[in-house]
Write a protein that binds this ligand. Sequence first.
Ligand SMILES: Nc1ncnc2c1ncn2[C@@H]1O[C@H](COP(=O)(O)OP(=O)(O)OP(=O)(O)O)[C@@H](O)[C@H]1O
Ligand SMILES: [Mg+2]
Length: 240
Amino acid sequence: MGELLRVDNLNVYYGSIHAIKDLSLHVNEGEIVTMIGANGAGKTTTMHTISGLLKSRSGSITYDGHLISKMDAYKIVTLGLAQCPEGRRVFSGLTVQENLELGAYSRKDGKAAVQDDFNMVFDMLPRLKERRSQLAGTLSGGEQQMLAMGRALMSKPKMLLLDEPSMGLSPLLVKEIFKTIVRVNESGVTVLLVEQNAKMALNIATRGYVIETGNITMEGKASDLADDPKVRQAYLGGAA
Ligand SMILES: Nc1ncnc2c1ncn2[C@@H]1O[C@H](COP(=O)(O)OP(=O)(O)OP(=O)(O)O)[C@@H](O)[C@H]1O
Ligand SMILES: [Mg+2]
């Protein structure tokens, strides 16, 4: 399968803080690739730079044949690259249905296609269907996370950037979220997944990258990383 996303020698600063240092990674079409790393390693910064919310000082990002490193975020979404941000940002004063409609806002492929995707999202996330008229702010944390993912899916992405989708969820909901990610991927969406739950992320991913203080320090097949003693020690709770 072809390469869908390529990040080359990316450098990102916050003022004088050099947050991302010569970072390179790639994601092939159809893959789930995970980036694992400790708090503050630079995962969210990388994701925000790919989605255009932050600009790099140097390096390049190519998505689906387009150089996107200098493109505005809204334009990147129209190319089929959607981000589901950390911390479940849903519009709490709007209903579930209205939040999902906002996700489809930038599409130009007609009402019927959007309706099809409503049905697809409701099939994939049945909890949202039952709660379509409920205000998003009254959903549980896990339901809000699902809504944020559903909203990203409504933009009909070819690729989804997921930043800590399992954060703050109960073990049961974490399982449900990971199952949903696999279903989304099986429906044809390529995924770049950032997770602190390294064990589950490596379990569903094809490949993975380890990021430490803005640098990629390891990369490889997810199963190889999961077996690596250093990864096990640092990110998998040292389990033998
Ligand atoms: N707006 C900002 N201004 C200054 N420094 C920032 C800003 N945002 C992030 N940083 C710094 O950049 C580094 C990378 O942060 P980032 O949020 O990308 O980490 P992360 O890997 O997503 O961590 P976490 O697992 O806690 O979400 C950290 O040292 C952080 O303090
Ligand atoms: Mg983060």
